[in-house]
Design a protein. Structure first.
Length: 149
């Protein structure tokens, strides 16, 4: 994700927090919010976050993000976009809360039953005012980064 120490980052669909500790440790003077629709997942996530992490855990819906416009520098979505009832609405919300030039990172793995290939993900994301930046990893397990335009 190439996060700066002062970045404001939103992890959407954080689940039990597999990625949250890394993000929280990387952002030393920024702000981090882990959002999930299930409070049980956030309870587990809380146990994984490093002490003194700046930010919080929030119950919320990816299709109606409870934030003002252009507040975040980065958004991270791991293996959950395929589970959202209306992915385009969720992507529009992600774009709304990202500043111009902010980066949305999407992690996908074929191990997930709702896997989105990069060839399916890219037109969805680009159709919501993002521009493809890069991809890391093999076709079956990757992280793709898109800039908010």
């Amino acid at each position: 994700m190439a996060l700066a120490e002062q970045a404001r980052v939103l992890e959407i669909g954080s689940g039990p927090g597999y990625f949250s500790p890394y993000i929280a440790r990387t952002i030393r003077s920024g702000f981090f919010v882990a959002l999930d629709i299930q409070v049980e997942m956030l309870r587990i996530n809380r146990t994984r976050l490093p002490e003194g992490a700046v930010g919080g855990l929030l119950v919320g819906d990816a299709m109606a993000l409870p934030f003002r416009d252009a507040i975040f520098d980065s958004a991270f979505v791991a293996t959950m976009l395929g589970e959202v009832p209306d992915p385009l609405r969720a992507l529009a919300e992600i774009r709304r809360v990202l500043r111009l030039g902010g980066v949305a990172s999407f992690a996908e793995t074929r191990r997930d039953s709702d896997f989105l290939s990069l060839s399916k993900l890219t037109p969805l994301v680009e159709g919501c005012h993002f521009s493809f930046l890069n991809r890391r990893g093999p076709r079956w397990q990757y992280v793709a980064n898109f800039a908010a335009i």
